[in-house]
Every structure is written in C-alpha cells, then in structure tokens.
Design a protein. Sequence first.
Lengths: 314, 244, 290
Amino acid sequence: MKRAVPLATGLGVVVVALLLTRLGGNPYYYFAAYVIFQYVVLATAWNILGGYTGYVNFGSAAFFALGAYTAVVLILQFKAPLPVLILAGGLVAGLLGLGIGYLTLRLRGVFFSIATLALAVVLQTMVVNWEYVGGARGMNVVRPAAILWFRTYVEFLFVVMVLLAVVSATVAWWLQHSWIGRGLAAIRDNEEAAECMGVPTLRLKLFATTVSGFLMGVAGAPFPYYVTLVEPASAFDLNYAVNSLAMPMIGGTTTWAGPVIGAVLLGTAQQVATVTISSALNLLIVGVVLVAFVILAPQGIVGLARKVWRGRAA
Amino acid sequence: MAETLLDVQKVTKHFGGFTALSEVSLQVHEGERFGLIGPNGSGKTTLINCVSGSLRNDGGLVLFQGRDITGLPAHQRTRLGIARTFQIPKPFPSMTVLQNLCIPLEYAAPARSHGAPRDDVAAEAMEILRLIGLQAKADVPSIGLNQIEMRKLELARAMAAKPRLLISDEAMAGLSSAEVDDILANLFALNERGITIIMIEHIMRAVMRFSERIIVLDAGEKIAEGTPDQILHNPAVEKAYLGE
Amino acid sequence: MFSFELLLNVVVAGVLLGGFYAAVSLGISLSFGLLDVVNIAHPVFVILGSYAAYAANSSFGLDPILTGLLFTPLFYLLGVAVYRVYYASFEKKGEESLRGLVFFFGLMFIIEVALLLKFGVDYRLVEARYIGESLHFGPIGIALRLLVPCLVGLLMTAGLYLFLGKTFYGKAVMGVSQDSLALRLMGADPIRIKTIGFGLAIATASLAGSLLILIGPVEPSIGREYIGRVFAITVLGGMGSIGGTLVASIILGVAESLMSTFSGPSWAVAVSFSILLVGLAVRPAGLFGR
C-alpha cells in the first residue's frame, strides 16, 4: 500500500470539511458532526489497545474527561490556545494510561480491565471534590468569538475535530501495518507465545496504553470550548465508555477502518435518535446491539463485509 | 571438549506449598543433542519454562553462554538465542502460517532490523517453511492446520527465531510412527546446522535414537544422567517409570 | 471531633458494613475466583435484587429479606441462562477474554439502563420494622439496618463455605477450574458444574440486593461503586477463598468507614480502588490465595 494514497485521502477529508463550513448550513449540524468525529477519535484510540492488543479498557471516560479537565485548568490559568490544550490534554491522559498500565499490565488482562472500570469512578470523585474546576457544579468556560474566517467558533472546532479524527485514523492505519502492529497482534493472539518469540510484550502493551490514552485525551481537550459548561456528570458520562467500546466492536476490531465505520454509523444513528428518543433508551439500544454483535458477529461489520466479499468471489 | 552452552545450577521452583523442581542441575554443550525424560508431572516442562523465562525460578541460577540470565524476561532470552516449542501448540490464530514466522524473524532473530524490507522477511520465512515441509501452507490461516502441521509450525516458528538452543517440548506426542520420523528428521537436520537441541519426549525410541546424553527427572529431582544406553539400564529410571 | 468513643463506633460500623460487603462479594468469589468467569455485571444483578425487594415491598408490603429469599431460585435460573449463553458464545471457542468481558459489560448496562427506564433516577427505599432502630451496648450504638444485613451476610458466607466444602456439587465447583479431567472421571460434567456454580453466584445477588436496600436507598447507577469494592475484596481475600472474602470484606468495610467519617463520604470509593491496586501489585494471590 503506497503511503501517499491514505495521506491524500485524509487531507482531502479535512479540505472537504473546511469547504462545508464555507457553504454554511444549519449550525446544529456542526454541533452534531463534532460529536461524531469526536467518537471517531475515541473509537480509534480504544481499538489500538482493545482490538489490536486485546486489552479491554472500560474507563474511556476517565481519559476523555482528564483531557477535558486539563484543558479547563490551562484555560483558567493561562488562557492557553487550542493547540496547547490538545497537546497537554493528550500528554496528561497518556501519562495516566502509562501509569495504569504499569500498575496492572504485568498481570492478567482482566485485572487491567477491572482497574479501568474502577478508575473512572475514582477520577470522577476527585474532580467532584476539586473546587478549582468547579466541583460538582462545573465550570463555565467562555468560548472564543469566531476565529479566522469561520462564522462561529463551533465550526472551527468541527474542522479541528475532523483533523484530529484523520490524524488518529492515520496513526491507527500506520500502526496496523507496522512491525509494532504485528507485535501487538501477536500479543492479542497469544501473549505467552509472543513473549517467547521475542516480542517485548510489557513494553509494547505500555506503548499501546499510552498512545490510546493520549488520543482519548486529545479528543477531550476541545470539549470545554464545545460545551462551555464543563461538569463531571457530563464529562464522565457512561456514554463515552460504552460508545468507545461499542463502535469498534460493531465496526470491526482488527483494522483501522472498523472503529471509523462504527463511529460514523453508530454516532450518526445516535445523533438522529436523541431528537426522537430519550438518552436512556438510546443507551439501552446500543447495549443490545453491542451484545448482539459480540455474540453473533464478533468480527464486526468489516468482518461481515469480508465474508460477503469472499462468498461472492468463491 | 565443546563449550557449555546452557548451565542450569540447582534450580528450584515452588508453586505455593508444592515443590515442582528441587535443586536440578544440568549442563548442555554446544552442538549437543540432549534428551530430557521423566514420568508425567516430574517437572520437565517447569524446568523448560524456567530456562526459557516463562517462569522465574525461586532458587538457583540459569546461565547461557556463561551469562547469568536468571533475571531476564523471556523475550530477551529468545533474543539471546533460546527458542522453545510448546507442548500444546500456540499458533497466532489471526495470522497465516507465513505471518506466524514473521513475528520471531522480526523480533527475535539477531541482526534482523525492524526496518528490513518486508519482502526479505517473507522470503526468509518461506525458506524455513521449505526446510520443514510446510511451504504449501504458507498462506493458510494457522488455525486451519492439522495436528502434525501444527507441530511443524511450532518448530518452524522456533527456527525463525534463529536460536543457538532449541527446546522441543513433546513435539511428537500423539503422532503416527511416520509423523514421528518426520519430526525427528527435521530435528536431526537442525542439529547438523549447528543448533543445540534439548528434546523432551515420552516416545522412547525417538529420545534414545536422537540424544547423545539424557537426564531423567522424577518428582522434581534429577535421578539419572548419562548416555541412552546407561539410562536404559539404570534401575532408578525403571523404578520411576514403572513403580516399585 | 476525635474521640475514642467515635472511633469505636466507626470501627464497629465498618465491621458491620464488611459483613454486608461479604454478601455482595460472594458471587464474585464464586464466579471469578473459582470459575474464572469475569462477571463484572454482578453488582448490577445485586441492584436488580434490590429493586425486586423494593417492588415487593411497595406493592405488597413484603419484608425485603423475605423477597430476597423468594427470588433466589429465580435468580439462580437467570444465572444458569446467562452462563449458557456465555459458554456457547465464548468459552467454548476460547475467546472468553476480550469478548466475554465485553458481553458482561454490555449486560451490565443493559440491566442498569432498563432499571433506569422502569424506575427512574429517584432513590428508592423500603419500609421495614427494624430499619430505624438501634441497639446500644454502652458507648457503642449499632443500627439494626446495619446489623441485620451483616448477620445475614455472615450466614450466607457460612452457608456457602459449608456447601463448597461439604457437598459433592460444592466440592466439584471448587475443583472444576483446577482439574476438570478428574471431575469427568468422577462422572461429573464440568460444564454442568460450572453452570451450577454460576447460577449459585447470581442467586446470591437476590439476597444481597435485599440487604443493600435495607442499608440505604438505591438508584440504578450505584452498582458502579460496588464493582471496585467486590473485585478489591476478591483479590485481597484470595480468589475463591470464602474465608478470605469475609476477612477482606471486613477490612474494606472498616477502611471505608474510617475514611468516610474522617475525610468525607465521597472519598470512600477511592479506598476500594486503592486496596484493589495495592492488592494486585503486592499479592496477586491474595491473603488466603491458592
């Protein structure tokens, strides 16, 4: 696969996004699209550790919220610009990933997963008790006025998120085809055998956890400007944990494309649905679909597509 | 007198209250064909796990080429030149046979840089498959193999790590007579190319034919050591296998 | 302010809480500790039990513990059904690690959200004669709403301990993860044994849930606090050791009680998480582990 084609496609997507904002349109669409592309980043990030390496993270909300709250702190203290927020959010969340990984990855994978479950609860407790960022009431953040040539700041955030989505997908694509990705796949397939075949399993797992955490933090960093009121209840919402997991599982976990497909499909469906059904019912449906896929179509949509392809070729 | 490649000194291993290995010592010389036998549960696989690094021994030392590797994780020992197969084959199920070999080629084989062109790695993998007779199955998913093909894949994968010492853990269990000879021929060929081999087996004719020296374990202890002939006529060995 | 009397009361409350935590954790000790099934949804089954008790209590005025007992067979069957699906979909194919986990995660919030849809976010509680009262032994006050769950928890622990140690099926459950071959030779089907064991684990959730709603009001998402707790207890207590589960539960109960009184109730969740991490880092086999 030539390197140039994916790069061009990615850039193309960003350019299209930019052009769309020039065309205008209902501002609500940009709010909705932002969320969908945010999920592309989250799903892709989750999959690097979950699908590629085989370690399930149930606490995506913790990393996402950490990115968001790092941004809040930087905005309050330094009024830092967006690129700094994104980088800082990613770094802090990446460090959290490294820390949790270091503490639990020497043990069986289930302990890592259990630790991530508990992590989100603990982090939320800490944030709720931290007055500086507003505690339970949350913190109001002033969204900057329109920037550059964009009509509104949200349209700018939309393009930023599209760019972040493209970057994440590119990272996932590169990883998948690299020697690191092959090592991660070996770990997922049979960790003991991988270790005996020379794969430095602990190091690679820590790498995957850190990159995954980093990308999730990156997804969370623009969140304060997006919502303007950052409260723990919404930053740590169960939706993030569930969706980051369901989207790759439904889309397909072995490739970079699965999470993207899952995020776009499920994300769009949810944005459409929130207008018509309650958020709780929405979550219920995601849960049922997730369980159905895990039982019946474990390879996800990508896997189903491959079967159809092979069936036709045969 | 050939160099001592592997020096196991008084290795001990406990699992809770159970002692799996009790001060087991052995030395394997460069280029040697070494046999390790003993009744079920005598600690053979545990010993191999301590040598390869899958387990850490509680007491004693493991030296490889004169260097103390007791504290090293398994992947580093593989890089130094120790490769092993698994009693129950552990292929990478999402990969083809060829891809299975690419992992040790990329990660374990010394002087193989990560940046080497993919084609070279694939070519080397094909070479190894040809040597062992699996080249026709190169692009088959590894889970689609039958018993003997799986065992051969285990062996091929270990070979792909370019080892100095290869440990074969019951590679012939459950195979037909002809299949046993097939694997045996492969092991002989490997040894001819200079690879030191430790064979753990229950199939006596294979071990006796293959090994230059054998040690016998029983209940975690070494009870005999010597040439196949000496072992065959050792009363302690007979007792261990057949009981009083 | 600090006083010895206060400390004593806090510790006693912690011990009582620990007895209750044991009731909640028994299920995980069974399913995860002994059967190696990572049922992270267990706390939510407990919450389900709580709501069953609430519904019976508000509609028919039934005593919660009675409801818990009555529903136990139903929960057992539910556990059997869940395990059958889990086994057929994952364990049989050897894919239980990633997909099994996701399955239970999905199950967890399906149940949680279903409860949310049916009962809403409001806290629900039960009415029982003994809830408001306390006993007094000198300076120590023991609230009945803590004492009763603790006692029931202790009874459940003892009952399970006896079952596992003395009965055929119990011993089979203990041994199934270690030596299914030996079981087969004894004429017992390992799959059937595991199904029974898992069914039993979920069955405990019925009674544990009724105890939970006795201690305090419930709403659908409080199960999440308990995930950290039950796994911390199981790891600390030694996977599958019933005695260890009880000891670890009491340790956690006391630690949380102390933390809650002297640092504030919201920090209590951090206690279980810290204990979990410490337990994993220091002694993966736990206090009484295998």
